[in-house]
Design a binder for this molecule. Structure first.
Ligand code: GDP
Ligand code: MG
Length: 169
């Protein structure tokens, strides 16, 4: 099924001069870029992009547990992480783009790889180019740096595309 999805190259991808390499993974994977811009995200935009809803906070807390962290309160951990995440994503310019193709949402997630670069599969962007880990990031009280944001499902994709590209709504 033809779909569209949002990808953001996070500030570490821009800082490390990886924009071209990252885009190449998606284009080689058969995705078409239909919108793209470099922006400095402000707090309001990022607050809406990563909302502090309970379910998402629990998901974030569980990712830390999966990485080997002992977590008592998932939501509390999630709230901590989302704060770090907003700081990370606003620290420098990012490249936002809309990608289109067959099963684009799932395809892009596969090409991107798992959240924790130290556990991401080789051949994926995070597995090949990522150099951070969730455990190290937690110890340093900051977000794990993993180069990319990619929408997780259809609802997220449509909401995020409207947020970053209002003209494409
Ligand atoms: P994604 O969809 O694979 O990007 O992962 P999530 O939506 O679950 O998390 C959003 C972002 O928060 C991730 O891309 C990481 O940058 C960061 N992150 C997620 N989980 C953790 C965690 O357990 N610890 C830390 N320090 N950062 C995390
Ligand atoms: Mg996500």
């Amino acid at each position: 099924m033809k779909e569209r999805t949002l990808v953001i190259i996070k500030p570490d991808g821009v800082e490390r001069n990886l924009i071209g390499k990252i885009i190449d993974y998606y284009e080689r994977g058969g995705l078409k870029i239909t919108a793209m811009k470099m922006v400095r995200a402000d707090k309001a935009l990022v607050g809406r992009h990563y909302p502090e809803d309970d379910e998402y906070m629990t998901t974030l807390g569980k990712k830390s547990e999966k990485a080997g962290e002992k977590i008592k309160d998932y939501k509390a951990m999630g709230r901590k992480i989302v704060g770090w995440l907003r700081t990370y994503i606003t620290r420098g310019p990012v490249v936002a783009m809309v990608l289109e193709g067959t099963n684009a949402i799932q395809r892009v997630r596969e090409i991107t790889g798992y959240t924790d670069p130290s556990a991401a599969e080789k051949g994926t962007i995070r597995g090949d180019l990522g150099n951070d880990s969730i455990l190290k990031a937690n110890k340093e009280r900051r977000s794990a740096e993993n180069l990319i944001h990619a929408s997780g499902n259809r609802e997220e994709a449509e909401r995020e595309i409207k947020l970053w590209f209002p003209e494409m709504g």
